[in-house]
Design a protein around this ligand. Structure first.
Ligand code: GLU
Ligand code: MG
Length: 491
């Protein structure tokens, strides 16, 4: 199968928010106007898609899957035959606004500004990111962005939100690089109600696991490479059947796209090997879980702001302010970065999940881990890792919200508190604040966050809240084993 991204231009968002009703209720004002000019003419988008179609046809592609990730963290999809791609790029594919209030188990709730059975949106494939899927022969994939039927951006579109936050950083002369580590548990294929059975009993990080699954892992690496991804490493993780893959940093929106692409590639390769993958926070209650650690670095004029500054471990004042903003906002950021109530089964002390609201150099128990890299490569390698996030996050929301919180900290010139070294669980009680231990606490913090409300915009802010609130109530009295079972094969 052919390689890399099939490039073409992406539609630029319009500056105008939607004034159309979304799903039978008034949309209200949209969340922050998007930067940039009006979208290129529909004919332009069609021409770009046409060029991509020629290339895709030559590689045997017959159909294109266009995904978006909902507020519950589930990737949903609409697909078109290759012959329909030009029309999809020009006019979008129909997608109901009520997808914004789907829960992970497909229950549909409602929110004040988005929801209800009426209305329609247009899902536009980002033709620039179109890529043939190596483990799904005949298929290509593109991430989608949602616009209204009248043309302006849908204020509930999570990917457009992430792009707005990237634009907000750019207004300050800043760029970001990001990467999301993907952890998963692989089990033998079976019905959803069946307890997981693992294809390897090898020890944590053990070579035995790699030997047992060497064909699988080789096929996965090959597929990721053919899809244009730069894999840094793959390794067995701690929990039974658990693996991790990490890729090179890239722009924030691209990194979110990549995390979606990696997960669907893992699923597809798993299926071809008679296996199934779970990215759920915990596959078995009480075990070490699957994280979705987010790495970020902040750059100005080609210089990494986490290096060569007067702050702790070489942070510049801007990087320190950014990270202090993120650290202070972690309780509310969990609403975006740790979406499912099941995430709190993972987010427990001494499980490398970052359950404490502190930061530390190379500290795997700190929610914010500073990574400087080795002497000699620090100028490029230094970054911060948010460890408390998992793969139930909508990656566009998580990254966009982190940028919003970081920029608020930078604008206020915040300073980091003293760093914490060692396991905070071993410190005297109360020394290090614990992150929320359940969704209700995180939701309460989110309700108080003016920064996130303003950044997300009212419709998206409210839709996220409606989904979180509903899932929090849905699982309020569910014992850990049942919560793990209920979410195991949804993510
Ligand atoms: N699996 C751990 C988690 O739940 C992380 C392990 C690691 O540090 O890579 O986040
Ligand atoms: Mg890991």
């Amino acid at each position: 199968m052919s390689t890399g991204t099939v490039a073409a231009g992406r539609p630029e968002p319009s500056a105008e928010p939607s004034a159309e009703p979304l799903g039978g209720s008034s949309a209200g004002s949209a969340g922050g106007a998007l930067d940039g000019a009006a979208p290129p003419p529909r004919a332009d988008r069609a021409a770009r898609a046409q060029a991509a179609v020629e290339r895709l046809r030559a590689t045997g592609v017959e159909a294109v899957a266009v995904t978006w990730v909902d507020n519950a963290g589930i990737a949903r999809v609409k697909a078109v035959p290759l012959t329909g791609l030009v029309h999809a790029a020009q006019w979008g594919i129909g997608a109901a606004p009520c997808f914004d209030v789907f829960l992970a188990d497909d229950t549909i709730v409602s929110s004040p500004l988005i929801g209800g059975p009426t209305g329609d949106l247009r899902l536009h494939p980002d033709v620039e990111r179109l890529v043939p899927l190596a483990a799904q022969p005949g298929w290509a994939w593109a991430p989608g962005e949602r616009y209204t039927q009248a043309g302006p951006p849908h204020p509930g579109c999570q990917r457009l939100f992430a792009r707005r936050m990237v634009a907000a950083a750019a207004e300050r002369g800043l760029t970001l690089k990001a990467g999301i580590e993907v952890e998963w548990v692989v089990a033998l294929a079976g019905p959803p109600e069946e307890e997981p059975r693992y294809p390897t009993a090898g020890p944590a990080y053990g070579m035995q696991r790699l030997i047992d699954l060497s064909d699988y892992l080789r096929d996965l690496l090959r597929a990721l490479g053919e899809q244009g991804l730069t894999v840094l490493q793959v390794h067995p993780e701690y929990a039974a059947g658990q693996f991790e893959v990490s890729v090179a940093p890239e722009g924030p929106v691209e990194a979110a796209d990549t995390s979606v692409l990696i997960r669907q590639t893992v699923r597809a390769v798993s299926a071809r090997h008679g296996l199934r993958a779970s990215f759920a926070p915990v596959v078995e209650a009480g075990s070490v879980g699957n994280g979705g650690h987010l790495h970020l670095s902040l750059w100005r004029d080609g210089r990494n702001l986490a290096h060569g500054g007067p702050g702790p471990h070489g942070l510049t004042a801007e990087a320190e302010g950014f990270l202090a903003g993120v650290l202070g906002a972690l309780p509310e950021l969990l609403v975006l970065g740790c979406s499912s109530p099941a995430g709190y089964l993972r987010l427990v002390p001494s499980h490398w999940a970052g359950a404490y609201q502190c930061w530390g150099l190379e500290n795997r128990e700190a929610a914010l881990r500073l990574v400087t890299g080795s002497t000699g490569e620090r100028a490029t390698a230094a970054n911060a890792e948010i460890k408390c996030f998992d793969a139930t996050a909508n990656p566009y929301l998580a990254i966009g919200a982190v940028i919003a919180a970081g920029l608020a900290g930078l604008d206020q010139r915040l300073a980091l508190p003293p760093e914490f070294t060692g396991d905070p669980a071993a410190a005297a009680p109360g020394t290090v604040p614990r992150l929320p231990a359940g969704p209700a606490e995180a939701i309460a913090a989110y309700r108080k966050s003016a920064t996130l409300r303003e950044a997300l915009g009212e419709p998206l802010y409210e839709a996220v809240l409606a989904v979180r609130q509903a899932e929090s109530e849905q699982y309020a009295d569910t014992p850990p084993e049942r919560l793990a079972a209920a979410t195991r094969w949804r993510y």
